[in-house]
Write a protein of this length. Structure first.
Lengths: 204, 197
């Protein structure tokens, strides 16, 4: 495998082709846990694990998957890895597992994983697919971690459960409410798009 | 609360106070992509409501009679998603045979539904909250209607918005998300009425 191709595969989903703000994919299951940074990080690790290994696995067996039932096969492979995440979390971090509730299971229907499997893993060798899965997961995670950072900080004055802001800070209750997540994501997309638009204008 | 009232309460809570889209962020993907078109939103809304109500009842039966007795609860993710996929496929075939016009209207939305996180989410919530059969059905129905309500109002707002001047960076998903946020705030006004855990 050429090193150039690997590097390109890795960097693409982190920048302009980031699945979250380029295609607004897969925010469903994870936006809900951005109220607390700790939960978000755990959830993101889970998502990265699932994207990486399900893409790798699907790519290994891609030549034997009949085209007609490929969605079924993809779902099964993804669900298997999600079950692993669920069992591990339940065994080692029962508190976080309880707080995440149904959202761990909902990683299965996260459109990013399915989308990358369809678009990339079924047409590329396993090595590259692993890298693509890892990069997509990372690209997706950093957006959510930024959102969680601001939501927890502004909503509760804490980070990772530790008080950061002093008494002078008034908590923005809206930030921990569901509406806050929508606003934060919209602002994030706005900022990123603004940067892209400016780059385009400078490029001309 | 009286036992017989629980399904009713859960139903209204699922539509208004615990709207699956606006408080649990489920079903966002299809919400963002389809809400541009009012007619398509209507079709998808009906399809989602129907599938959600029926699959939550089927999944309840599968979970209670198959998974629990054999201690296979950890398989619920795979089993639920399979039930949903199979059911959607079945509905698609039935509709195709029975009504040509209905198939033309709903046909393209059905495959989309399998990967709609809200459907799986309803089944998972139902397990966590320990609902019985009737309550599960009403919870599914209410969540579906709540989703329908949200996407329909969003499609209506977006139609009006077509003529508005929006900052370039906010065009498309950005503005949709901001409106969703405002809608979520509006729905918070209902939160005094009922709560479900």
């Amino acid at each position: 495998m050429a090193r150039g191709a690997a590097k390109k595969t890795f960097l693409k989903p982190l920048g302009r082709d980031n699945p979250v703000f380029a295609q607004i994919l897969g925010i469903c299951s994870t936006l809900a846990v951005t109220g607390k940074l700790e939960n978000t990080v755990v959830m993101c690790i889970g998502v990265i694990f699932v994207t990486t290994f399900s893409e790798g696995t699907l790519s290994l067996i891609r030549k034997w998957i009949p085209a007609r039932i490929r969605m079924m096969v993809e779902t099964l492979v993804i669900a298997t890895f999600v079950i692993i995440v669920d069992i591990v979390l339940r065994a080692f971090y029962p508190d976080i597992w309880r707080q995440l509730g149904p959202y761990v299971g909902l990683i299965i229907t996260n459109c990013i994983i399915m989308g990358r499997a369809e678009a990339f893993a079924l047409n590329n060798p396993p090595g590259l697919s692993l890298i693509d899965g890892l990069a997509s997961g990372l690209g997706y995670s950093y957006v959510l971690i930024v959102i969680a950072f601001f939501r927890e900080l502004m909503g509760t004055g804490q980070l990772w459960g530790v008080q950061i802001l002093g008494d002078w800070w008034t908590n923005w209750t809206i930030m921990v409410m569901p509406a806050g997540a929508f606003f934060m994501l919209a602002i994030f997309i706005w900022v990123v798009k603004g940067v892209f638009i400016q780059e385009e204008q400078h490029g001309k | 609360m009286e036992n017989s009232m629980i399904p009713v309460a859960v139903f209204f809570a699922a539509v208004f106070t615990n709207n699956i889209l606006l408080t649990n962020y489920l079903g966002m993907c299809s919400f963002l992509s389809v809400s541009k078109d009012l007619k398509a939103s209507y079709g998808l809304g009906i399809a989602v409501t129907f599938v959600m109500a029926t699959t939550s009842a089927i999944n309840w039966a599968v979970y209670t009679f198959l998974l629990e007795p054999f201690n296979l609860e950890y398989l619920r993710f795979i089993v639920f998603i399979m039930v949903i996929a199979a059911f959607v496929q079945l509905v698609e075939m039935v509709i195709e045979r029975v009504s040509e016009s209905l198939y033309a209207a709903l046909g393209i939305f059905l495959p989309l539904i399998t990967v709609n996180c809200a459907i799986l989410g309803v089944s998972l919530f139902m397990v966590i909250r320990d609902y019985d059969l009737i309550t599960s059905f009403f919870f599914g129905l209410g969540s579906g209607l709540g989703w329908f309500l949200a996407i329909l109002s969003m499609a209506g707002i977006l139609q009006k918005l077509k003529k508005a001047r929006i900052p370039r960076g906010l065009e498309g998903p950005g503005i949709t998300l901001i409106i969703t946020g405002i809608m979520a705030m509006a729905f918070m006004g209902f939160s005094g009425i009922l709560t479900i855990g």
